[in-house]
Unconditional design. Structure first.
Length: 330
């Protein structure tokens, strides 16, 4: 199984590995199907630019680290309902939100890492909610690396899930953090720490963020985690930046925009080269990342020509030099 761009799909030798959903969360195309060329154009019209396939190169790659699609979709549709309720000036359905957060925490705690389902694999109408769910998954992995307890993980996840809730009532970029804070701080059963994630997730250590230009320790650590996760997810989704480049961009901001401890935890938990990534090695061999074993940034690579598996963690002289973009065969 591997992630590809719509433009790289070959219906002769690829099958869908995971379902594709429409804007209402219904299965549009099921796993195991091939996609007729005319449906590819429909997917592009829906704003879907990536999906997961099975092919010869990715044989045996299970992506067990990836959140299952029904759980991911339930969290997305649940958040869409939250936005609709808030936009209609109705009470936020906190009990449903807390149930979703409990499920996401459970998923993260039982895995070494959680690979994201790209928000570009879903209809554009649902993408803002998919973005928020992915920010939660990233934030939880950072919190886990920083040894947060269950209460801390819950408050962090609630804040990350609702970090953009202010957008439900204002379209203005610089005003949505405070609007979100005002919504969340009025909910008696929601921690004020969670509300501050919404308020401060665009603040940065150097004081160049918004809405208040806070500096250093004036910014809550939860908001720093969410801010870093927000930046990373936007890079890999909106800008289609490869994960290793997105991590490098985040590392470049360590100590200036984001806490060094937060960036270190991010690098310790988020892989640069997720399984299914086609790569070129410095020995000249093209390969595919098949799993993460002992080192998050040094995966196991299968050489495409020979089928040999090489652990980069055990072979420090072998390095990934670039990504390889293939539609079907070498």
């Amino acid at each position: 199984m591997r992630l590809i761009k719509v433009s790289d799909y070959n219906h002769h030798n690829m099958q869908l590995a995971k379902p594709i959903y429409d804007r209402k969360g219904r299965i549009l195309l099921g796993a195991g199907n091939t996609i007729h060329p005319k449906y590819l154009e429909k997917l592009k019209e829906m704003g879907i630019s990536h999906f997961l396939v099975e092919d010869a190169e990715s044989n045996g790659i299970t992506l067990e680290e990836m959140l299952d699609m029904p759980t991911w979709m339930d969290a997305i549709l649940g958040l869409q309902n939250v936005y609709n309720q808030v936009a209609a000036r109705k009470p936020l359905p906190l009990a449903a939100v807390q149930k979703t957060i409990g499920q996401l925490i459970s998923e993260v705690k039982r895995r070494k890492t959680v690979l994201l389902v790209p928000s570009t694999s879903i209809a554009s109408e649902l993408r803002p909610y998919a973005h928020a769910v992915n920010v939660v998954l990233l934030s939880l992995q950072v919190g886990k690396a920083m040894n947060y307890n269950d209460l801390q993980l819950r408050d962090l996840a609630l804040g990350a899930y609702l970090h953009d809730i202010g957008k439900a009532i204002t379209p203005e970029k610089t005003k949505h953090p405070e609007a979100g804070f005002n919504i969340l701080r009025s909910i008696h059963d929601l921690s004020l720490r969670s509300a501050h994630v919404s308020f401060q997730h665009h603040e940065t250590l150097d004081g160049q963020g918004y809405p208040r230009g806070l500096k250093g320790t004036a910014i809550h650590e939860y908001a720093q985690i969410c801010g870093a996760a927000n930046m990373y997810e936007n890079l890999i989704s909106l800008r289609e930046t490869p994960p290793h480049e997105a991590l490098e961009a985040l590392m470049a901001l360590s100590g200036t925009k984001y806490l060094e401890s937060v960036v270190k935890a991010f690098v310790d938990r988020i892989p640069s080269y997720p399984p299914g990534t086609m790569v070129q090695l410095n020995n000249g061999e093209p390969g595919i990342v098949i799993r993460i074993d002992t080192h998050m940034q040094r995966p196991v690579v299968r050489i495409l020509a020979s089928g040999q598996e090489i652990s980069l963690a055990d072979n420090p002289s072998i390095m990934i030099t670039e990504l390889v973009f293939l539609s079907s065969t070498i």
